[in-house]
Design a protein around this ligand. Structure first.
Ligand code: BGC
Ligand code: NOJ
Length: 798
């Protein structure tokens, strides 16, 4: 099996050693509101706060060749032109390496005795990317050569930048100083932000107009100025503004030189926008350039970034005898949870950054991956999400990060949505003990004056389900449940309309969801437990009501949601079964097996074990559990988008990794460690997958891996931004390693095969540090460790 790189766990890096990876392997940079995507060949882009409205670098999704646009450095050394990251010139290098680390990427290339190491990172507390270029003459002779940088500016709105050419080919504007290029497009009275590319050394030449720099009919791989060793000194007026500084450098044998490039973003207050008519106020940019003028300043900022991640990743770590497990838990899974929290589903190499805001259900689930890392930000996120809810408990499916307002274009009516607010809030309070959040006033639909407590939002979330029950007493599905593609009321026969927003036929619908039923039972129990906690002490009559509704739902599932060997998936509009042995295709689905077994519905009667056995029998393959089986082979109008996908992809029998942990948790709750572990290894990338087949990054989970009915089972897609990150985290930390945060302490309840003997967990919990050694003896059971500040060393046999 060909390998394109390897893990360096000590450095918390993945080392790409072959630039032509099967798909660009990317990393993220940024910790607050300035974020960057960077591939192993320096492709990608950055934005501030909102990937659609404040896009700084232009990027061509779907470009040919793939991954065009980024921050490129060109070296012209004699007749050879090359890039440290291999692309775009693709000149064969004598050495290439890309190290993707926590919030930074370091790309090194060497050619003909010249070595260029570029460190890319976004410093904590600044809205900029640093590109530190270290050039070394590794030959035995003196060398004179040229270094060029190249960025292409996006005209802010990443969507219109790609489509409204009649306007935007006339808007581009720049200002140039001896050491900095400013992208001030549209910076007039309406817009108050600009970007810049500055260097701690004066340019020897520059271009800011793409055509002058590259040439009308050349590509990034052959900029005419670089080929000629010149600069055009162009000042962009419209068309496509770029920043392409040039440096003429001479290095003695063995000598090195460092240049620091700063790609920054500035917002000026309205009263301080200009220093003269039409001239932008550059003081904030100058201050940023000053902050990174010397290598020592850059080193300090890089150390601070490392400290940021070291601190986060010290909050939970495991030392076991399985290196793949330790690597996933200690480094990459937590890192992916943070990135997913930052980005939601907005910007990746599969999400264009223009389509999707923050999902109500997605953002709530993402919390489960980060409450232990950044509780304060989790708190704010919960309040932001809750503020997009409607008084009847329903909610916008998505909201925009820039405005935090619900997004009407995406619609609503996904009947699982409200319950995830309970899920997210419970996860947060169990981690932090911050019951106070429940009393925070939160409006409906962001309308001032409508505030009720967050606890009231949870109550109406719960009520939204009981207000919307179908003929079997099961939850009506609405537009869809967690599976956005199970559109049972949509009946779309027009290929030009979106399944997500097309008019739903709700009148008379009998479409009910067993996934929501399981979710309701599990979250309803959690909710009741929260309400009963002495710090909440809710009205006992209300708690009894909640418990009764949960019990009624369990009864309904056992009566009308059980198919004999597994849980049904749904009833359709007409009241026909979905996910039943009586169906021709789609006889069994994963979501209801996951949620009903996590809710332990019918456990005493053996339903959970049977459902889990059926999942193994009908859904499992070597790459994980597929979503449904058999796959749909034709479009069924009454089922919607799910049946629009080819067999084995996405929601039609793909391995939708997000939901595999539900079954794994179900297995763990049933005490079936071997199954739980096997399923976990199947979807976890660091357990040695075939990199050429998998295609996407070997260090992060994918949303979907092609299922066994696909042309290439095992091929991964939609890496990085997926609920899989938070769910695998919850699954491995709480259910496999067995450290479960509770309101008043930690419950230790592992489910790892006995052969792994023992392991040690170091976990920060509020202001306590637990150092727990767990020895697996097979005795089973659990142990509760009450919360107490300070350090506790604990040794448990279990
Ligand atoms: C995808 C889903 C996604 C939905 C909403 C569908 O096309 O298959 O995975 O949740 O779009 O954006
Ligand atoms: C991706 C979406 O972001 C998520 O909300 C949904 O639950 C899954 N797809 C399944 O359809």
């Amino acid at each position: 099996m060909k390998e394109f790189g390897h893990f360096d766990d000590k450095a918390r890096e993945y080392v790409v050693t072959e630039p032509a990876t099967p798909w660009p392997w990317i990393n993220y940079m940024g910790t607050e509101d300035f974020f960057s995507l960077i591939s192993n060949t320096a492709g990608g882009y950055c934005f501030c706060r909102d990937a659609k409205f404040r896009r700084i670098l232009r990027y061509r999704y779907n470009g040919v060749p793939m991954d065009a646009g980024g921050r490129y450095f060109y070296l012209k050394d004699g007749d050879t032109v090359w890039n440290p990251g291999w692309k775009p010139c693709k000149t064969p290098l004598d050495f290439y390496e890309c190290r993707h680390g926590m919030g930074y990427t370091r790309i090194t290339g060497e050619k003909n005795g010249l070595r260029a190491e570029v460190l890319f990172f976004v410093p904590v507390g600044y809205r900029c990317e640093i590109h530190r270029v270290r050039l070394t003459n590794t030959s035995s002779a003196h060398k004179s050569f040229q270094l060029y940088g190249l960025l292409e500016w996006c005209l802010w709105n990443a969507s219109t930048d790609m489509e409204n050419f009649q306007r935007n080919l006339s808007t581009g504007e720049v200002e140039v100083e001896p050491d900095a290029i400013y992208h001030k497009t549209e910076y007039r009275e309406r817009r108050d932000h600009y970007a810049f590319y500055g260097v701690n050394r004066h340019f020897d030449g520059f271009d800011t107009d793409r055509e002058t720099f590259i040439g009308m009919y050349n590509g990034f791989d052959a900029p005419q100025q670089v080929l000629a060793g010149t600069s055009g000194g162009s000042v962009a007026h419209g068309w496509s503004p770029v920043a392409a500084p040039r440096f003429d450098i001479t290095l003695e044998a063995g000598a090195s030189e460092e240049l620091v490039f700063v790609l920054g973003y500035v917002e000026n207050p309205p009263e301080a926008k200009f220093t003269a008519p039409g001239v932008i106020n550059k003081a904030p940019a100058r201050a940023m350039l000053q902050a990174f003028a010397t290598p020592a300043q850059v080193d300090a900022a890089f150390t601070a970034l490392k400290a940021f991640w070291d601190d986060l990743l010290s909050r939970f770590s495991v030392a076991s005898v399985v290196p793949e497990l330790d690597r996933t838990v200690n480094i990459w899974n937590q890192y992916q949870c943070m990135i997913t929290f930052f980005m939601s589903r907005s910007a990746s190499y599969f999400e264009s950054g223009i389509g999707r805001g923050m999902g109500f259900r997605d953002s709530n689930q993402d919390l489960a991956g980060i409450v232990h890392l950044i509780p304060d930000r989790a708190r704010q996120r919960i309040l932001d999400i809750a503020a997009t809810q409607f008084p009847d408990g329903g909610c916008y499916h998505q909201y925009q990060p820039l405005t935090k307002r619900g997004n009407n274009d995406i619609g609503g009516g996904f009947n699982d949505d409200p319950l995830w607010l309970i899920f997210g809030t419970v996860a947060y309070i169990k981690e932090t003990g911050d019951f106070g959040i429940l009393q925070e006033p939160v409006p409906f639909d962001n309308k001032p004056g409508t505030e009720v407590s967050l606890l009231d939002h949870l109550k109406i979330s719960f009520k939204h389900v009981t207000d919307n029950l179908g003929p079997h007493g099961l939850p009506l599905i609405g537009r869809a449940d967690w599976n956005d593609c199970l559109n049972l009321n949509c009946f779309s026969d027009n290929p030009d309309e979106s399944f997500q927003t097309t008019e739903n036929k709700t009148e008379g619908s009998q479409a009910e969801s067993l996934m929501i039923a399981g979710l309701f039972v599990a979250e309803g129990r959690d909710f009741a437990q929260l309400l009963e906690h002495p710090r909440v002490a809710a009205d006992p009559a209300y708690v009894a009501e909640v418990r009764a509704a949960v019990a009624a739902m369990e009864t309904a599932v056992k009566k009308d949601g059980w198919d004999g060997e597994w849980f049904l998936r749904a009833y359709d509009f007409y009241g026909n079964k979905i996910g039943s042995h009586t169906c021709e295709e789609g006889k069994i689905f994963i979501e209801s097996q996951g949620w009903c077994t996590m809710a332990r519905i019918g456990a005493e009667e053996g339903l959970c074990d049977k459902a889990l056995d059926s999942a193994v029998k009908y859904l499992e393959c070597e790459h994980g559990l597929v979503l449904n089986a058999p796959a749909y082979t034709r479009y069924l109008k009454e089922y919607g988008e799910i049946s629009s996908y080819p067999q084995g992809y996405k929601e039609n029998a793909g391995i939708f990794c997000h939901n595999n942990p539900w079954v794994i948790i179900g297995e763990a709750m049933a005490g079936r460690a071997e199954n739980a572990w096997r399923h976990y290894c199947q979807i976890t990338p660091s357990f040695g997958k075939d990199q050429s087949l998998r295609k996407v990054e070997p260090y992060v989970f994918c949303q979907m891996v092609a299922g066994r009915d696909a042309a290439r089972p095992g091929e991964g897609k939609n890496s990085w931004l997926t609920g899989t990150a938070a769910w695998t985290w919850k699954c491995v930390s709480e259910f496999i390693l067995g450290v479960k945060p509770q309101y008043d302490g930690l419950l230790i309840e592992p489910c790892l095969p006995l052969r792994y003997g023992q392991y040690r967990i170091q976990r920060r919990f509020r202001d306590a540090d637990y150092d727990i050694t767990i020895r697996l003896t097979g005795a089973g059971g659990s142990r509760f460790i009450p919360y107490r500040p300070g350090r506790q060393v604990i040794d448990i046999e279990i």
